[in-house]
Design a protein around this ligand. Structure first.
Ligand code: E4P
Length: 226
């Protein structure tokens, strides 16, 4: 698994998928808004299905757009029907700390066989509870954790320990990448997956000394007439 792309940009997804380094995609309403996806639920469905078809069987996360419990459940079921590889994203609680979300997460995973990615989490303890509720994926927004002055690596390590100790199936997604270094440091800390903004991939791959070395090989091949 290792790397998911945190984008809805189909050109970027296609480009990196061809390289064989993308094992899933995550989106959220902010990403979709920035990408200019319009047209209500129909427009959202069309954009997401383009990604699900391209990436199948790899998972594609799409987030519910309401915090009304009944609507959330209804939307989650509808979105799950958009493709076999859909994972429905739900925030761990509402904007005022409403707790209904956890019940819905549990119901979707245990009664409806719908995979849920629980998101907007900032600590190991939140992710642990979401894992106990049955979430397939727990997303810790590690860059935001660091921005608040906490150490995301310590949270990921604690979470890895707890999931292993209690044999919980949830996969840890470390999200909110801010630096290229985040990708390997979060994976080494115990995340199963880092969801990466596409512009970081080139930064991970291209190295100035590699460029210089490759140029040396090409120059010497030319000199030798090969
Ligand atoms: C991924 O699942 C998150 O929604 C995303 O990484 C958040 O990124 P941001 O903190 O840069 O908004």
């Amino acid at each position: 698994m290792a790397i998911f792309l945190d984008t809805s940009n189909i050109t970027e997804i296609r480009k990196y998928n061809k390289m064989g380094i993308v094992f899933g995609v995550t989106t959220n309403p902010t990403i979709l808004h920035k990408e200019g996806i319009k047209g209500g639920m129909g427009g959202l469905k069309a954009a997401i299905q383009e990604v699900t078809q391209l990436l199948a069987p790899h998972p594609v996360s799409v987030e519910v757009t309401t915090n009304d419990p009944k609507e959330m459940l209804k939307q989650a079921k509808e979105m799950a029907g958009w493709g076999d590889n859909i994972v429905v994203k739900i925030t761990v609680h509402g904007p005022k700390g409403e707790l209904d979300n956890m019940e819905i997460i549990h119901e979707l995973e245990t009664k409806h066989n719908i995979r849920v990615n629980v998101t907007a989490m900032m600590s190991a303890q939140q992710c642990f509870l979401a894992a106990l509720a049955g979430a397939s994926y727990v997303s810790i927004l590690s860059g935001r954790v660091n921005n608040m002055g906490y150490n995301s690596i310590e949270e990921i390590k604690k979470l890895r320990f707890l999931l292993d100790r209690y044999q919980l199936k949830s996969k840890i997604i470390a999200a909110s990448t801010r630096e290229i270094l985040n990708v390997t440091e979060w994976l080494c800390a115990g995340a199963d997956i880092v969801t990466v903004a596409p512009n970081f991939i080139e930064g991970m791959l291209v190295h100035p000394y590699t460029k210089e070395t490759v140029q040396m090989f090409l120059n010497d091949a030319a000199k030798a007439g090969h």
